[in-house]
Write a protein that binds this ligand. Structure first.
Ligand SMILES: *[C@@H]1O[C@H](CO)[C@@H](O)[C@H](O)[C@H]1NC(C)=O
Length: 823
């Protein structure tokens, strides 16, 4: 088992060490030990103290820099481990089976400050073993089997716990008087002698714990013990034996007395009272606390009756069990200095009894503050005469709506806590407060309150300033039934879906908590003109409106995190607003994230951005219009400056030609063709034909027939024309105003066209070299005119840059692979 050097560090303190921690707290509880438990949540008060102790304990540890701390608790050790890190400052060895502690065990731990050895089996302790541990401040050897100790404890000790051991007499030696820093002393004994504690009488102790578990009665003998100068004294009796201690303990300036494990019946009741007589004599005792009390009702009332005239200001009883029977007991609440009675956690073992016998004692107590929490009580009576109560806390009982109905005697009551009971009807609760003219704070949280059942007006006490309705089943209609002057309203964890249109104007309302409901919208501040704090986290607010900030000018704090925000255009304004006032926004930015759309889920609102374009339709239309306009201008520019239509026409023709050429089966053309192209042109254009057309076609292997080059002499011109048009795959006509003038050209066109009709194939190519105005074409050339309107022709571009495309287009009309006879 290797020690984990940090495992005993701050939060890892075990629950066992909690007890010790409690003790530490009590040490800290310096001067007053004033346990005003008024507003403390009652749920497991011991745990509250315990947690507090843990916190304080850990604070103390960290402030003392107790690292490295070594935790060896509960490991079945029989000896102190040998391999402890020498720099250990805190060592926990509790809950083991260690029988002996030797100097060699701890002598190397020169920096040791805290040593916990409780719940082991140590029988003997020589304080000399700590000779080298000069820093030791905290030593807990409680719950061992010590019978003897020998001198002398380290002078630096502040906390020394020797309680719950097997000492016969209190092990307090003369040398204890040197422990000037001592604050806590835990001891145990089975018998007492009057001056046992004399050696420490001059020390200013804060806390003495006396374990009297092994104490047994000596018949007829009364022992006495003088306890001087401690602020708090805690006596722990045996858990299972009837109370029988007969020690006359006299104290001086005691402020806080605690007794644990008191078992009483009608027979030994007087013994406790006698025991307390001396202890409660002093003028300064403030606080008396009893833990784990088992008693009859009769004895409890007797105890109250005894304590009432005593100088006790606060009386607390935790874990009370009532046994045997409950009958009417006489209780007169004479003048008392008692300010507050707290009873938490009552177990009632009596089942058939008069409720009135029980409750009437409490309501007649004539004190200011009463807490009865965590009990099976179902009711509390209305005090029969004007009552002194200003504070009543009935947390975690089983009270119903009928409590304090029609009760005119609680005129002075300022705070009423009915948390965690069985209240159901909000209107009855309002009615209950009607006569409580001083009531300022009402806590009815954690009930089953419902506001739907009833539609009348609610008769709240006008004085109510703080109303806690949290954790009930209230709906939006609760806003029609609220005290008119309420300043703080807690409605969290209910079932409010919306705040209705018509609500009570709450002009004084400053703090509204509607967290953990099902609200879909932020409330406006119309009805709550003073609202400065709003909690609305954990609701269903998806599209909060930015108007909220307009309506709620006084807002100082808003918590709206953990809502399912819809990150759409509508949310932008809100996000913008909230960003501007982020200092009043609780949890910003971490608790505010998108829930919708899915793509944005989890994105923090702070990081959520929408482009202005996608959110503004007008802007969108304008933008699209502008883009179209620019596009149109661009196209116009292209048309105007770069002759785009020409290019388009050319490309179009080219693709068409290619398609057509591909569609004609090659075999069909496998006739005796000699040329790819027959070119017809006017003499005037022959320069262009020879310099431009020929080179460009022939470089691609296109064979061209020209009349001046290929015409067979001897044959008539017409014969030649017919012959060569037939022997050519295509006929190219170079059109120009000159062409129209030429008679021959016209013939050639005629024959080629004729051929075209007969073959049914598409073998005419018209090249427009120079524009020919339609009107210039003489009427007799109606064929040419028709052709020019019907068919598409290739225009010879004047710009040089366009020539490439022109030639490519022309060449695409030819299938150069065509087999030509070489005749
Ligand atoms: C209302 O009571 C709940 C517990 O029941 C508590 O958590 C809350 O703090 C109380 N609200 C106010 C404003 O005191």
């Amino acid at each position: 088992m290797k020690p984990s050097p940090s495992s005993m560090s701050k939060p890892a303190m075990s629950l066992n060490s909690c007890k010790n921690a409690v003790k530490m707290v009590l040490i800290l509880w310096d001067s007053r030990c004033n346990m005003t438990r008024d507003r403390e949540p009652i749920v497991g008060s011991f745990h509250v103290v315990c947690i507090l102790a843990l916190i304080v304990g850990s604070l103390m540890q960290s402030s003392d820099e107790l690292e490295p701390a070594v935790d060896y608790s509960d490991r079945n050790l029989t000896h102190v481990p040998k391999d402890l890190p020498p720099r250990t400052k805190a060592l926990n060895l509790s809950q083991n089976s260690i029988q002996e502690l030797q100097m060699s065990d701890v002598s190397i731990l020169l920096e040791l400050r805290v040593l916990r050895l409780s719940h082991n089996r140590i029988q003997k302790l020589d304080f000399n073993v700590f000779k080298f541990n000069r820093e030791l401040e905290y030593l807990d050897i409680s719950h061992n089997h010590l019978r003897n100790i020998s001198c002398c404890p380290v002078v630096s000790l502040k906390h020394l716990d020797l309680s719950f051991n097997d000492f016969d007499v209190l092990p307090v030696y003369k040398e204890f008087g040197n422990l000037t820093k001592l604050s806590f002393l835990g001891l145990s004994a089975t018998k007492f002698r009057h001056l046992d504690l004399l050696p420490v009488a001059h020390l200013h102790l804060n806390y003495i714990l006396l374990g009297l578990v092994g104490y047994h009665v000596k018949d007829g003998e009364t022992e006495s013990l003088q306890v001087l100068n401690t602020k708090a004294l805690h006596l722990v009796f045996h858990q299972n034996s009837l109370f029988s201690v007969q020690v006359n303990i006299s104290v001086n300036a005691l402020r806080c007395l605690q007794l644990s494990n008191i078992k009483l019946n009608d027979g030994n009741c007087q013994k406790l009272i006698t025991f307390l007589l001396e202890l409660t004599r002093g003028p300064s005792l403030l606080n008396l606390t009893l833990y784990h009390v088992e008693t009859t009702w009769k004895c409890l009332v007797k105890l109250f009756q005894f304590l009432w005239p005593r100088p006790v200001e606060y009386l607390n009883i935790y874990n009370l069990t009532i046994i045997q029977s409950i009958n009417y007991e006489n209780f007169t609440s004479s003048k008392t200095v008692l300010k507050a009675l707290t009873i938490e956690h009552i177990t009632n073992q009596v089942f058939i009894f008069s409720k009135e016998a029980l409750y009437s004692v409490f309501v007649n107590m004539n004190i200011r503050k009463l807490t009865i929490a965590d009990t099976p009580f179902i009711h509390m009576l209305c005090p029969p005469s004007p009552s002194t109560f200003v504070f009543l806390n009935f947390t975690q009982n089983v009270f119903t709506d009928s409590v304090f109905q029609d009760c005119p005697t609680l005129k002075r009551l300022q705070t009423l806590i009915l948390q965690k009971n069985g209240l159901k009807n909000l209107f009855k609760v309002a009615l209950m407060t009607e006569n409580m003219a001083s009531l300022e704070t009402l806590d009815v949280s954690l009930n089953s309150l419902d506001s739907r059942a009833y539609e009348g007006t609610c008769s709240w006490a006008e004085s109510i300033l703080v109303l806690n309705l949290s954790s009930n089943v209230l709906t939006g209609s609760v806003f029609r039934c609220l005290p008119p002057k309420v300043k703080v309203l807690d409605l969290h964890n209910n079932r409010i879906k919306s705040i209705p249109q018509k609500v009570i104007k709450l002009e004084a309302l400053q703090e509204l908590n509607v967290a953990s409901n099902s609200l879909m919208e932020l409330p406006g501040c119309g009805a709550f003109s003073s609202l400065s704090v709003l909690a609305i986290e954990h609701n269903s607010v998806s599209l909060p409106s930015a108007d909220f900030f307009q309506s709620c000018q006084k807002i100082r704090s808003i918590a709206a995190g953990n809502n399912p925000f819809q990150c759409t255009c509508e949310l932008r304004e809100f996000v913008k607003r909230i960003g501007q006032v982020s200092e009043v926004v609780e949890g910003w930015p971490d608790s505010y994230s998108c829930d919708f759309p899915e793509s944005a889920q989890g994105t923090l609102l702070q990081d959520f951005h929408m482009s202005p374009l996608s959110c503004d339709t007008g802007l969108l239309i304008v933008t699209i219009g502008a883009i179209l306009l620019v596009l149109a201008a661009f196209v116009a520019f292209l048309c105007y400056c770069l002759d785009l239509p020409w290019y388009l026409r050319m490309v179009c023709q080219w693709t068409q030609t290619r398609r057509r050429a591909r569609n004609i089966p090659v075999e069909e053309l496998q006739r005796a063709l000699q040329f790819h192209a027959f070119v017809s042109y006017s003499e005037h254009d022959s320069a262009w034909v020879k310099n431009e057309l020929l080179p460009n076609l022939e470089k691609d292997g296109i064979r061209v027939c020209l009349h001046e080059r290929n015409f067979i002499p001897g044959k008539s011109i017409v014969e030649n024309i017919i012959h060569f048009i037939e022997k050519s795959y295509k006929s190219i006509f170079v059109l120009s105003p000159h062409f129209i003038q030429s008679e021959w050209c016209h013939y050639e066109l005629y024959f080629a066209h004729h051929n075209l009709f007969h073959e049914g194939s598409d073998n005419l190519i018209l090249i427009l070299l120079e524009p020919i105005p339609q009107d210039n074409i003489p009427n007799r050339y109606h064929k040419l005119r028709a052709l020019m309107t019907q068919r598409t022709y290739l225009e010879w571009p004047t710009e040089k840059s366009k020539h490439g495309l022109f030639w490519a287009n022309l060449r695409a009309s030819f299938i150069t692979k065509l087999a030509l006879s070489n005749e």
